[in-house]
Structures are given as C-alpha cells and as structure tokens.
Write a protein that binds this ligand. Sequence first.
Ligand SMILES: NC(=O)c1ccc[n+]([C@@H]2O[C@H](COP(=O)([O-])OP(=O)(O)OC[C@H]3O[C@@H](n4cnc5c(N)ncnc54)[C@H](OP(=O)(O)O)[C@@H]3O)[C@@H](O)[C@H]2O)c1
Length: 248
Amino acid sequence: MSAQLIRIWPAAAPSEQAVLRDEDLVRDLLVDSSVLRVNFVMSLNGSTTHEGRSGGLSGEADKRYFELLRRVCDVVLVGAGTVRDEGYGPMMVSEESANWRRERGLPGHPVFAIVSWRLDLDPESSIFTEAPVRPIVITIANSPGDARDALSRVADVVVAGGSEVDFTRLRFELEARGLNSILCEGGPQLFGAMLRSGAVDELCLTVSPRLEQGTPFRLVSGLLPEPVRLKLKSALAGEDGILLRYSP
Ligand SMILES: NC(=O)c1ccc[n+]([C@@H]2O[C@H](COP(=O)([O-])OP(=O)(O)OC[C@H]3O[C@@H](n4cnc5c(N)ncnc54)[C@H](OP(=O)(O)O)[C@@H]3O)[C@@H](O)[C@H]2O)c1
C-alpha cells in the first residue's frame, strides 16, 4: 500500500477524503499554464544528500509524490551534476503513470532534459540509448564542439545562452516543443542559477524526519543577491515526510 498523506494546509474541504488519493494529489498539481516546478528532499538539518545521494533521504511519502510530480509533467529537467552523482538512467515513469498519461493523450513518458556547460555526458549511457523519448541536452554556445556533435546523435542539443544558460531562452525552447509543464529535479547549483534569474514558479520540498551527519549539502548552491521569500501553497503530512509546496 502506498504511503498515506493528509492535508494540513490549507485546511481540507469538508468534502475531501481524510486520506488523500492519487487523483486528489494530481488534481492539485495540474496547471493550465506553463510552469517551472522544482522538487527536492531535505533532512531536518538541511542536508540534501545521504552518502552523496538524495535517495537515502526519501521515504515512502516522498517516493509517492515524486512519481506523481513526474506523472503530470511534460519534461524532467536535471543538472548534469545530479545526473552523474545520482546515476540517472532513462527517464521512465511507472506503468500506472504511463497509462494515466496515455489516457490523456500525452506521451507515456516525459522528456528528459539535461543542463550542462561542459557536456561531460556519455552518449553511450542508457539515458540516451534506452530513452523512450529522445532526450534534450541544454547547453551554452561555448561548450565543447566535439561533445556537442557526439551528443547530437542521441539527443536534441539546444544552445540556450553564450557563457551562461539563459532560463528565459531555455523555457522558450522547451515551450516551442510543447513542453510547458517543467519539473526540475535539481540539483543545488542549477536551482541557485534558476533562483538568481527568477525562473522558478514553484518549489516542492519534502522534509524528511532525519538528522544527517557531516556538512550538509544545501538546497541552493552559489550566492543569492538577497533572500528569496516564498509563500506556502500547500502542506501534506505522512508518517515519513512533510511535503511542502511554495511559490515566490
Ligand atoms: N535532495 C535532493 O532532492 C537532491 C536533488 C538533486 C540533487 N541532489 C544532490 O546534489 C548533488 C549535486 O549537486 P550539484 O549542485 O552539483 O548539482 P547540479 O546543479 O545538478 O549539477 C551541477 C552541474 O550541472 C550543470 N549546470 C548546473 N547549472 C547550470 C547552468 N546554469 N548552466 C549550465 N549548466 C549547469 C553543470 O554541468 P557540467 O559540469 O556538465 O557543465 C554543473 O557542473 C548530488 O549529491 C545530488 O545527490 C539532491
């Protein structure tokens, strides 16, 4: 049985089930317009990794929500550092999610889009060779030409900026392909750059009931010119995680 979740903010409507079903959660996540949503899991003391990966922080509640976030998106956007550190494979949702998507006329699986300056990505990786949908690599004009040529054989390589990725351009390029619902799965460096350019519409943050050892790898890498104030849109609670959604 999947992890139980209840709504703690805003207060549940009298008609709402006490324990939320997938369809209740999905309804909240569907948007009419384009959206750039960022999803993270974090320990109580602010660490985003356990032994170098996020998976060790994630409980059943987070896993359930993580899958539903993927279910409703058009494209999963990830920084190349996270792709390498987490050992990402091809971007595939569960069979149940794929069926949900197909019933609504969507491709069975979202597109995988990877952001990289250096293009240190292996074209022979299963990310590309087993991809159900051709992935996209988003890079800058100054990235290495040979790596760009090699990756062009297995992915659409999109240049979105000269020496920095321009997130307005990135979004334009994705939306031009009909990819309006963008789910970013991190990591901290990419998130920091997005926040600095005001590109983020929503932050989904699971707080995992754990205290991690060592120096925490924080949610945001790099300097923010000033603190970013966010507004709580919803809070859900499960036994092994509090799921928060914020907008700027
Ligand atoms: N707790 C969580 O939910 C969560 C989520 C994601 C990641 N993480 C953890 O975070 C760690 C990785 O952190 P990270 O900060 O290195 O991740 P990251 O932001 O995914 O990766 C950094 C790399 O991504 C590319 N990149 C990022 N921003 C870019 C930009 N604006 N323009 C062009 N390329 C850009 C660059 O790739 P190139 O080097 O290829 O140029 C850069 O070196 C891992 O340990 C991972 O497990 C945790």
